[in-house]
Design a protein around this ligand. Structure first.
Ligand code: ADP
Ligand code: ZN
Length: 525
């Protein structure tokens, strides 16, 4: 190539500009590339969308020999190769989706040393004939994408990956580069050991996506909340995630009925319709895609300006993946998460259907997500903590908490204690109205009949109006502090309530002046 006479790293920068058209390296790309060019085995941990591909694509253009890229995502190989070909790079792939003819053609290119990059499914690489062919060539780099698949501690273990270490040993002139977006130290160690990475240099990029504005709102009139949000994003591309296919169809219709242009995407649509809708989104023919989690794998649209969670994701990992599809171009993008305790209950219901061991893990993951939405602090703290990262900027400036957009949660421990202790004093035998009547000092018949006007908590709750007590009651239900017994409609204290009564735990919640309900759109016009 024409860059041949330059020192390697300088060549790398030229390729970044001249071939890929990018201004500067992203965090760690340069370090990783430098390491790979010096033929030091490397493990690169970067969030999805962080720019892992360039870490082997650029060295592949500098090395004289071949770079092999092992990837389990067969469906994405073609896209990657098409993209590289469009950049004028000679790349191809081998996997089970090729016709015998295409397969032979690619083998031919390999034999004739015509490729800089070859993408392979792990099971293809392990085939005798492929392995023999490659062993006779100058392979200079083996990049193993989704390297966490090698670890049983990861979330996506694939046995074929286990055999890759033996394979990389065969290519004595090749440097091994493992790449993953899974950040737990245990998995990282496992990757290095299993791949036999010699003194692997591990590079872990920050998982903080500074350009994403994180907002969590409590869901009360979902459609209206979504509409208000996307009105601020006219002409922008965005994805709205829903829990079920039915909700996807409904919301997409509702939005269209309200004058927006959106298309649905879920596994229930025919393959062709799905591909069409995705295509329309990528080509900017439609701005909004309403989708289940089926949407997004391998979508590389750089200018997605917003991601809305109309319903609750399963855990922080999926949430992070999904919001990660916004703002890949580095420009500010907006993430809205509509949170409801009802959604959490729905997910719990599905968890209950699973095997016990799996239940425990999934429940823990859900719990972490709840901590994220309920946190009374910068959104980035809990989010990054999940990925083992310590975030301690006093104000990120890019979340609802730091910019003061979240409705103020107040410390409501005292009124909550009043409510709970009234329940305790009446032996947890009464419903909401009775407890509230005692608190506000009502002279109603039932209060007097039971002698509840003699209780020490009688009339001690006059600081709250009736609607305010109702909101407090809802908070108690939502936060699992009390439960309502089905048969007698009486309220019962949970273990959480006991802690609060003992003063061992405080309660925060939003008690607002009663407000008018937001208008909802109507599709049946
Ligand atoms: P990953 O494999 O880590 O999920 P990709 O390699 O697909 O991420 O990169 C994500 C996006 O970022 C792509 O659109 C890619 O072209 C872009 N990108 C990567 N590196 C840079 C860079 N240095 N400058 C600008 N854009 C970049
Ligand atoms: Zn913040």
């Amino acid at each position: 190539t024409t860059f041949d006479t330059m020192p390697d790293l300088q060549q790398a920068e030229h390729i970044l500009h001249d071939v890929f058209g990018f201004e500067v390296f992203r965090s760690l790309q340069k370090d990783i590339i430098e390491n790979v060019l010096q033929k030091r085995d490397t493990l690169a941990v970067m969030p999805t969308g962080g720019g892992k591909s360039l870490c082997y694509q650029i060295p592949a253009l500098i090395f004289d020999g071949l770079t092999i890229v092992v990837s389990p995502l067969i469906s994405l190989m073609k896209d990657q190769v098409d993209q590289l070909t469009a950049y004028g790079i000679s790349a191809s792939y081998l996997n089970s989706s090729l016709s015998p003819r295409e397969y032979q053609n690619t083998l031919d290119l390999i034999r004739r040393n015509k490729l800089d990059l070859l993408y392979l499914a792990p099971e293809t690489l392990l085939k005798g004939n492929v392995l023999n062919l490659l062993s006779g060539l100058n392979v200079e780099c083996v990049a193993i994408d989704e390297a966490h698949c090698i670890s049983e501690w990861g979330h996506d273990f694939r046995p074929e990956y286990r055999q890759l270490a033996d394979v990389t040993n065969r290519f004595t002139n090749a440097v091994t580069l493992g790449l993953t977006a899974t950040a737990t130290p245990r998995v990282q160690e496992d990757i290095a050991t299993s791949l036999g990475l010699k003194n692997a240099n591990t590079f872990v990029a920050s998982f903080n996506r500074e350009n994403l504005y994180l907002n969590v709102e409590s869901k009360n009139s979902a459609l209206q909340q979504v509409i208000n949000f996307i009105r601020r994003h006219e002409g922008d591309s965005g994805i709205i995630y829903c829990f079920s296919r039915k909700q996807v169809d409904q919301l997409s219709q509702d939005l269209n009925a309200n004058g927006f242009k959106s298309l649905p995407y879920h596994a229930g649509l025919g393959e062709q319709e799905r591909a069409q809708n995705q295509d329309a989104f990528i080509k900017d023919e439609v701005d909004i895609i309403v989708a289940t989690i089926a949407f997004g794998m391998g979508i590389d649209k750089p200018d997605v300006r917003f991601v809305v969670h109309h319903d609750m994701p399963k855990n922080i990992e999926s949430y992070y993946q999904q919001i990660g599809r916004a703002g890949r171009d580095g420009l500010q993008s907006d993430c809205l998460f509509l949170f409801s305790y009802g959604d959490a209950a729905k997910i719990r219901y599905f968890i209950d259907q699973k095997a016990e061991a799996e239940q425990r893990v999934t429940e823990q993951h859900l719990q972490k997500l709840m901590e994220y939405v309920e946190a009374h602090q910068c959104r980035r703290i809990k989010l990054l903590q999940y990925f083992g990262e310590h975030f301690n900027e006093p104000n990120c400036g890019m979340c609802d908490f730091c910019t003061g957009d979240s409705p103020e949660k107040e410390n409501i421990t005292i009124p909550v204690q009043k409510f709970l202790s009234t329940m305790a004093r009446t032996d947890q035998k009464f419903g909401y109205h009775h407890i509230k009547n005692i608190l506000v000092g009502s002279r109603r018949k039932e209060v007097l009949k039971f002698g509840h006007d003699q209780l020490s908590t009688y009339g001690i709750g006059k600081e709250f109006s009736r609607p305010e007590w109702k909101q407090l009651y809802r908070e108690l239900m939502k936060q699992d502090i009390i439960v309502r017994e089905f048969e007698h409609k009486s309220l019962k204290l949970t273990p959480k309530a006991v802690e609060i009564l003992k003063g061992e735990q405080e309660v925060f919640g939003v008690i607002e002046e009663p407000q008018k309900k937001a208008q909802t759109g109507n599709t049946k016009s």
